[in-house]
Design a protein around this ligand. Sequence first.
Ligand SMILES: [Zn+2]
Length: 328
Amino acid sequence: MKVAQALPWLQSQWQTLSQQLSSQRLGHAVLLTGQQGVGKRVFLKEFAQLVLCHQGEQQTPCGECASCRLFTAGNHPDFITVEPEETGKAIKIDQIRRVTDFVNTTASQGQRKVVLLGPAEVMNINASNALLKSLEEPSSQVTMLLYSHQPSRLLATIKSRCQQYSAPTPKFQDGLMWLQQNSQESGLDSLLRLAQGAPLKVIEMIEQDVHVQYMQFCQDMQDLANHSVVWQGVVSKWKNWSVEYLLDWFYGLLLDVQRCKSGVQDRLIPELNMQTELVSKRMSVAEADGILSAIYESKKAVVSGSNPNPTLLIERLLVDWLGQLRQS
Ligand SMILES: [Zn+2]
């Protein structure tokens, strides 16, 4: 993928970074921040290829030199990726030690070595401190490319060692147009709304069948409202799904309640609008606020890999919602 053309909302960031590279003003460490699902990782991975490309002086990697061929084959010896071993887990100090070892060996293909690391906020404190050491003693050979969805959670000392860039979220219509060019799925607009406007998040949802689960979620909620199923059965089915998305959908429902109360027509989860309207008649703004912040905190904990017991929260959210619905 040629990022500069493929992700038009990141084009100016690409130009800036590639110009810095060709004029040899690129820092030892770059930090790209922005909402999850706007393409930071894809962007930096391709930029890593450009840094390593033997052709140099170009805006995009040539794709043909020995370095590019190794890179696209996924076995470039001068490139490593440091990410959580499992989604939702932390980046640990052992992984950063591998970075230190990598940094201390000589580049085998050329002059440069590149480390791609992220999401940087999931490094635990030991890992952060170990990385900081590498950043404080930069090697002229090594370029560190970091990305973060939540830069506020990074050590200030790490941030200050990096050249920082932000990756914007595209405008909704632009994001939707991009999706329509890249996917045949139906209902892309509601998926994009659920993904808070992040187009690559939608692609991930489709790849992981999350969009199918979403339709099932809406169906389950309707069946529950009609008393044709019991909540215990539904929750035990949901246990196999990504808790992150379930939290998102409840978050969407509660936001819809608030929108409904303030007379806004737009819905994040239009499929369940009848329920939202009923619940909004009973639930106070303060109650909705309280639940929203509980979901927000829980989501943060899940994303940062601190691994709480989110099933309990999902259960409570569902039972509360049904309680409100049935009293209406
Ligand atoms: Zn090349």
